[in-house]
Design a protein around this ligand. Sequence first.
Ligand SMILES: Nc1ncnc2c1ncn2[C@@H]1O[C@H](COP(=O)(O)OP(=O)(O)OP(=O)(O)O)[C@@H](O)[C@H]1O
Length: 307
Amino acid sequence: MTYILKTNNLTKVFDGVEVVSNVSMNIKKGEIYGFLGPNGAGKTTVMKLVTNLIKPTSGEIEIFGDKLTIKSYEVLKRMGTIIETPVFYDRLTARENLELHCDYMGFYNKVAIDEALSLVNLINIDEKNVKNFSLGMKQRLAIARAIITKPEFLILDEPINGLDPIGIKEMRDLFIMLSREYGISILISSHILSEIEHIADTIGVIKNGMLKREVSMETIRKNNTEYIEIITSDCDKAAFVLDNRINISNFKVLDNRTIRIYDTHKTQNEITKSLILHDIAIDSINKQQSSLEEYFLDIINGGMINE
Ligand SMILES: Nc1ncnc2c1ncn2[C@@H]1O[C@H](COP(=O)(O)OP(=O)(O)OP(=O)(O)O)[C@@H](O)[C@H]1O
């Protein structure tokens, strides 16, 4: 297996507080790695460490197979990044900002600027200074800047912040295209779990600076359980009927209104009919899937992992 990034017991202490603790993460070449965690969990700090913006207190980082040191300038040129709120020259246009970036990176290919602007769908902006851009436009420009030099590895901290649903979908398709067609590896953090669920190959979940889980989306999907959820004010009676009249034993009463049935030998229709036949008032009955969101919350709330 070839890895684009490996960290080994990466640790960062700020003012005596360990905000990243012994993080050992592994990002495979060509994959999209979704980095999840609650506010303040340490995602941005890890991203800053692997892009050499800050130095680790201890631990090692290996990028493209080489150890990252303070002198790894060439390695950094092979990466495209968005870390925290992207900063631009406000009085310049998007194109001028990208030209400056290319000069800075020693990347002399002006055609790439048009390509990048078109990939992120920033159009008719030649006359506009960046200070007049909306948040979503700035975010698109940040993505354009990150991809312009055709990096092998993209590190994107909350790249879809400020985008509307159409923008989110466009960027999702763009990230998938960059990964599948260009073989670019992507480390991406986002609060929008459904977006990560759609694009990620692997998930890393960080909490209190510790990497709690690193797991493939395939595994999460395999463990996905389908269930039928019933909301009713007659919970006790419904449970009795399920058990004694319909012969369903694999169900869980979550609270005094909610029952989840994991048994698959009866259809939703059959269950509904039987409950109504026994005079049970059903407020709702739905087929549900345990998704990444549920998986994530379970980890964050300590359900699957011991603290
Ligand atoms: N320069 C710094 N000095 C002191 N503490 C810091 C510094 N940078 C980050 N921290 C602290 O480190 C912890 C992790 O912050 P970090 O920004 O990495 O979290 P995050 O997971 O990216 O959060 P969010 O999702 O809110 O962006 C926080 O408690 C933060 O206050």
